[in-house]
Design a protein around this ligand. Structure first.
Ligand code: KIV
Length: 297
C-alpha cells in the first residue's frame, strides 16, 4: 500500500498564490512568507511546506555559482534556474529576479527581459532593484501586464556604489529618500517591495505608509512579510552568514559528514553491500557462463 505524503496532500489542497493573495494577507495582518530557490527539489519542498512566494534570486550567483557578488549573473542563468523552480512548485507565487544589466540599459530591454521570465522561465512576476531611477522601467513592465516586485535598501547589484554590503537608510535624509522611493514604486504599479538591511523602525514606517506589502530581509518585524536566502537558513552556504539570518539547519556540515562516510565506506568496501546489488536469474547466469566458456574439443 502506498503511503500518502501529508505535506503533498496539504499542498495540493492549496490554491495558487497570486499577487492579490499577498495584498489580502497584508490587509488581514497575516505575515507573508517568502524564500529563495534555484532548483527543482528545493522548490518542491518549499511548495509542499506551504510557502507563499518563491524568489529565484540572483543570490544564485553567490550561494550556488560561487561568485563574490551577484553582478556576473546572466539572463540565461536566471532563466535556466527559473525553469527548474517552475517545474517543482505549482502553488507558490514565483518571482524571477532580474539580473544586473538586464533592466538598466533601456526601458525596452527591461520590458523584453521581464517578459522572458514569464514566457521562457515559468515565472509569475519579476523583481528588480532600485527606486526613483527605475520608475520608467517599472511602468513599462507593469503596463505590459507583468507584476513587478521592487527592492529598496541594500540592493546588492549596487554593492560597489555602496562600498560593500552595508545597511542603508540609517540617516534621516537617507530614510526620507527611501520612503519617497517606496511611495514612487507603489505609484508605478509594484505589487510588493523587498526592504533589505534597513533599520526596523524605518521598515515599519514604510510598511504603514504604503498599501502594497513589504517583504523584509534584515529589516525587522514591522514588515508585512519576511524573506531569507534559503542557503543561509539551511546553513548550506558557509562563506559567511549575515547577522539577520536565523539558521534552521547545518546542511553544509551534514553534507560534508555524509560525503566523508561514503568515501570511507567505499574505501573499506562496506559499500556496496549485498542489499545494494542487483540479482541475476541463476538460469541466465549459467547460460552466460556456458556461452562464454572457451571451446575445448
Ligand atoms: O537575490 C536574492 O536572493 C534577493 C533576496 C535577498 C531578497 O534579492
Amino acid at each position: 500500500m502506498s503511503t500518502i505524503d501529508p505535506l503533498l496532500t496539504k499542498a495540493l489542497a492549496r490554491k495558487k498564490v497570486t499577487t492579490l493573495t499577498l495584498r489580502q494577507k497584508k490587509e488581514h495582518g497575516e505575515p507573508i512568507t517568502m524564500l529563495t530557490a534555484y532548483d527543482y527539489p528545493t522548490a518542491m519542498a518549499l511548495d509542499k511546506a506551504g510557502i507563499d512566494a518563491i524568489l529565484v534570486g540572483d543570490s544564485l550567483g553567490m550561494v550556488v555559482l560561487g561568485y563574490d557578488n551577484t553582478l556576473p549573473v546572466t539572463m540565461e542563468e536566471m532563466l535556466h534556474h527559473s525553469r527548474a523552480v517552475a517545474r517543482g512548485a505549482k502553488t507558490a507565487l514565483l518571482i524571477g529576479d532580474m539580473p544586473f544589466m538586464s533592466y538598466q540599459v533601456s526601458i525596452e530591454e527591461a520590458l523584453r527581459n521581464a517578459g522572458r521570465f514569464l514566457q521562457c522561465g515559468g515565472m509569475d512576476a519579476v523583481k528588480l532593484e532600485g527606486g526613483r531611477e527605475r520608475v520608467g522601467a517599472i511602468c513599462a513592465i507593469t503596463g505590459a501586464g507583468i507584476p513587478v516586485m521592487g527592492h529598496l535598501g541594500l540592493t546588492p547589484q549596487s554593492v560597489h556604489q555602496f562600498g560593500g554590503f552595508r545597511a542603508q537608510g540609517k540617516t534621516a535624509a537617507a530614510a526620507k529618500r527611501l520612503l519617497e522611493d517606496a511611495l514612487l514604486l507603489e505609484e508605478a504599479g509594484c505589487f510588493s517591495i523587498v526592504l533589505e538591511s534597513v533599520p526596523g523602525c524605518l521598515a515599519e514606517l514604510v510598511s504603514k505608509k504604503i498599501s502594497i506589502p513589504t517583504i523584509g530581509i534584515g529589516a525587522g518585524a514591522g514588515c508585512d512579510g519576511q524573506v531569507l536566502v534559503t542557503h543561509d537558513l539551511l546553513g548550506l552556504f558557509d562563506r559567511f552568514t549575515p547577522k539577520f539570518v536565523k539558521r534552521y539547519a547545518s546542511f553544509h556540515s551534514e553534507m560534508q559528514r555524509a560525503f566523508a562516510d561514503y568515501i570511507e565506506d567505499v574505501e573499506t568496501k562496506r559499500f556496496p553491500a549485498q542489499e545494494h546489488a542487483l540479482e541475476m536469474d541463476e538460469k541466465e547466469w549459467k547460460a552466460l557462463l556456458k556461452e562464454i566458456q572457451p571451446v575445448t574439443d
